[in-house]
Design a protein around this ligand. Structure first.
Ligand SMILES: Nc1ncnc2c1ncn2[C@@H]1O[C@H](COP(=O)(O)OP(=O)(O)O)[C@@H](O)[C@H]1O
Ligand SMILES: CC(=O)OP(=O)(O)O
Ligand SMILES: [Mg+2]
Length: 435
């Protein structure tokens, strides 16, 4: 695959992250180095609360100007599709890379139903993903707009979908099934799918390597905390349980998502719950209930902002006029995280059966305050934070930073997740990704 470029596109609920990689040359059998090397990485943030911002960082060899880093307001970007076009313009203007050299485009698609692994985009797989859009209303539709744009703007490339849900195919039936009518559940595919799978795959591989353990013997509790937040219990290198369910709205609250609620709450919230929502766009036909729980809830509904960084600042500043609201949002998020940490600690067998508790995602990687609050409450399980290490995470390079104290049985870590790299690695390792 030498001489070709791999583009990895991660359409998150609030962001679009895109990286360009070059496959490294190696005889497949004795590969020692990474299968891909990074040329450029870019991110469009705040897509759910414009103005969007664009940042990028490129290798000096491919930059046209001396300036390899960019950080700017992204004029005219209002959604994932326009964000993708903005990125391609940037690529053409600022780098020596050529669109015609992009051979593979890896797309993060959140809901893949029962697809156990990646699929090449074809009319059939495109329609399958489209059919699942209502089950991931903030994600699948957005990813499809980027896939469509790729087919138009990069007609010589192969688009491949990597599903968040695939990683969780190992969850056993007594955990993935709901206690509802079996026939209806089977017919409609009503079960726990789980998401953030490429992120968990990256973290599992990277942490196992850091611990010098085989993946198949690695046991972790991983928190992916971003605009969408979930937790995963990994036993012997496989997903055992995760907090998201049939859709990404279950489990922890998110920027605009309620997280788990009493299912009947929605019927008391609005009597129009079952009607098709007017705010749904494109091919996604969500009901008023789904719209409320996915787009009009979460910490935005409590505080007015989708930025958890702002909430953290306000929580520790009693003179902030919104102090009480920020603190409530912070405390609810902490409480729901503890619900899952406690449960997963038990499910994995407790002390001696767990290698590490890992923080990741935009919030988990950046908020020392949230990490401290979580680990403080886990003292009864033997976890202890090294406050100096926790505060200094940003100054340490690399994917994994240990922040625990002493020789507690399980380590505490931050892992800088990279869903784009995970997809590109798999693409480069695949003998023929175009089939
Ligand atoms: N310093 C910070 N402290 C706490 N949260 C932060 C900080 N910086 C960014 N965030 C949060 O991280 C979120 C983005 O996380 P990310 O995982 O990239 O999101 P996405 O779900 O779109 O993939 C932002 O919405 C913001 O709430
Ligand atoms: C599944 C999910 O919620 O993804 P994200 O956090 O990227 O929005
Ligand atoms: Mg994300």
């Amino acid at each position: 695959m030498a001489g070709t470029l791999i583009l990895s596109v991660n359409a998150g609920s609030s962001s679009l992250k895109i990286s360009v990689f070059q496959p490294t040359v190696s005889s497949d059998t004795n590969r020692v180095e990474e299968p891909v090397s990074l040329l450029l990485t870019a991110s469009l943030s705040n897509l759910s609360s414009p103005p969007a911002t664009f940042s990028s960082s490129a290798n000096a060899q491919i930059s046209r100007a001396k300036n390899v880093k960019h950080n700017e307001e992204a004029d005219g970007v209002k959604d994932h599709e326009s964000g993708f076009e903005y990125f391609l313009d940037h690529l053409q203007r600022e780098t020596t890379l050529e669109k015609k050299d992009i051979v593979y485009v890896c797309h993060r698609v959140v809901h893949g139903g029962d697809y156990p692994g990646p699929v090449l985009i074809s009319p059939e797989s495109y329609h399958h993903i489209e059919g699942l859009s209502d089950l991931a209303p903030l994600h699948n539709g957005a990813a499809l707009t980027v896939i469509k744009a790729c087919m138009k703007i990069l007609p010589g490339s192969h688009s491949i979908a990597y599903f968040d849900s695939s990683f969780h195919a190992t969850i056993p039936p007594h955990i993935s099934k709901y206690m509802i009518d079996t026939e209806i559940a089977e017919q409609k595919g009503l079960k726990k799918y789980g998401f953030h799978g490429s992120s968990y795959q990256f973290i599992l591989r990277t942490v196992a390597q850091h611990l010098s353990k085989p993946i198949s013997q690695t046991n972790l509790i991983v928190m992916h905390l971003g605009s969408g937040a979930s937790i995963c219990a990994i036993k012997d290198g496989k997903s055992l349980d995760t907090s998201m369910g049939l859709t990404p709205v279950d489990g922890l609250p998110g920027a605009t998502r309620s997280g788990a609620i009493d299912p009947s709450l929605i019927f008391h919230y609005t009597s129009d719950a079952g009607k098709i929502s007017h705010s749904a766009t494109g091919n996604v036909h969500v009901t008023e209930a789904e719209d409320i729980l996915n787009k009009r809830s979460g910490w935005k509904a409590l505080t007015g902002t989708t930025d958890f960084g702002q909430i953290v600042q306000g929580t520790f500043n009693p003179s902030d006029p919104l102090y009480l609201k920020y603190k409530l949002a912070f405390d609810i998020f902490l409480d729901r995280i503890l619900n899952f940490l406690g449960a997963y600690y038990l499910k994995l067998g407790g002390s001696g059966h767990l290698d590490a508790v890992v923080f990741s995602g935009g919030i988990g990687e950046r908020s020392k305050e949230l990490r401290e609050a979580v680990i403080e409450r886990c003292a009864c399980l033997g976890f202890k934070l090294d406050k100096r290490k926790n505060t200094g995470v940003d100054e340490v390079d690399g994917s994994v930073v240990e922040i625990g104290e002493g020789d507690a049985a399980a380590k505490v870590m931050v892992c800088r997740t990279d869903e784009q790299l995970e997809m590109a690695r798999q693409c480069a390792l695949d003998k023929d990704p175009s089939t």
